[in-house]
Design a protein around this ligand. Sequence first.
Ligand code: TYD
Ligand code: MG
Length: 471
Amino acid sequence: MAKAKATMFFCKECGYESAKWMGQCPGCREWNTFVEAPAQKAGTSGGRFKSAGVLGGGAVSGRFPASGGLRPKKLSEIETSCEERTSTGMEELDRVLGGGLVSGSLVLVGGDPGIGKSTLLLQVCRNLSGDGHRVLYISGEESLSQIKLRADRLGEFSGELTFLCETGLDLISEVIVGEKPETVVIDSIQTMYREDAGSAPGSVGQVRESTQILLRLAKEHNITIFLVGHVTKEGTMAGPRMLEHMVDTVLYFEGERNVPYRILRGVKNRFGSTNEIGVFEMRGNGLSEVANPSEYMLSGKPEGASGSVTACSMEGTRPVLLEIQALVCRTNFGMPRRTAAGTDYNRVNLLLAVMEKRAGIHLSDCDVYVNIAGGIRVNEPSLDLGIVLALASSHRDTPVDDRMMVFGEVGLSGEVRAVSMAEKRVQEAAKLGYTICVLPQVCLSRIADPPRGIRLVGVKNVGEAMDLIGR
Ligand code: TYD
Ligand code: MG
């Protein structure tokens, strides 16, 4: 009797599988994301929809050998092995990874095209091979000579680092199993291709299948694999969120292409916290680490200029001081213009309304421009007070004290509300030589040990804060 061919569907966003098509995915609640999976060929072992089982069996039993059949274990019976960490030679990257690379892990590095993913990973390869590790870099996007040109910009290479230009995953698997490198870079996962999967490279099915094969290789042979993933216009990884479920660690490389400042952010990490960021600067000879982001962000701050205020945002657990710039000038004709670069436009409008209503500053006939210097994006409420003071300072054309740092959330009644990690922010300001810190009154009691040399000024509302910059 012929078996009925089961057609399968899966959600291209989250990978949810179902025997029938559905308008809304029960997994991620997105609409119209179900696509039909290509029919499985007879004889392909461990097809796509059994793959969870393959992984469950292969990957997990490799780590916890099941002796004498399957037997669940008590917590007390489980031995924890302290994962061995390998340094990538870049402290900023090690920190985001949670203290270095865990062998056998699959790390996805996503980001816009041209942001520096290939450069970052080539530098990692260089450091690892320099430390005596065997590294294989597989590119599906660039030719060997293009890679060489990039490598020439980065400086000297040594050790066992080999390159391969290939997109066929069957061949790649063979090479990896044959060469047994410790670390492999796949640049990029969207170019990888497996004939059996039946769809075009870069399609959801191919990306999923390729990642699964690489995941198996990583776990079975204890190889650390970096995957480069492209990001679509909407800002998600092309091919898309299901990739994030499959890998151990997801890092995003962010920044504006024409600004050298780059942030590496952990979005998911099975081996560490996702609170950490790494900061880099793109230079002529590759990426260099920025150990002190505050100094970097403030490097071009003008002295004695009105409309410029130093504020503090938290990037993970790290305080970063930055400069808020505001420009307020009379509208010449028609509707006043409002722009916000690097921060939320609606938030700026809200703060303008609060200033008008609660502090009696009339800006309705003024053009208002707000900018966070340095090309980074920050959407933290703790910047509110800084934005308000920058606006007031520009409106009155009175500079704010250059040694003053400001943070605090502003509420709709004009009150200045508490923000988290006040002590860390104050310490960072003191470290960089600031002598006055304007902060929410309620935060004062939370600062147990105020650093020396900095005066803390608590404010309850925007009016009090504005009085500090004079009229
Ligand atoms: P790349 O690593 O190719 O980006 P991705 O792999 O994310 O697409 O980086 C490309 C950009 O970086 C390119 O615009 C040139 C610039 N770049 C430098 O500024 N300095 C360098 O040393 C290198 C290698 C690249
Ligand atoms: Mg690239």
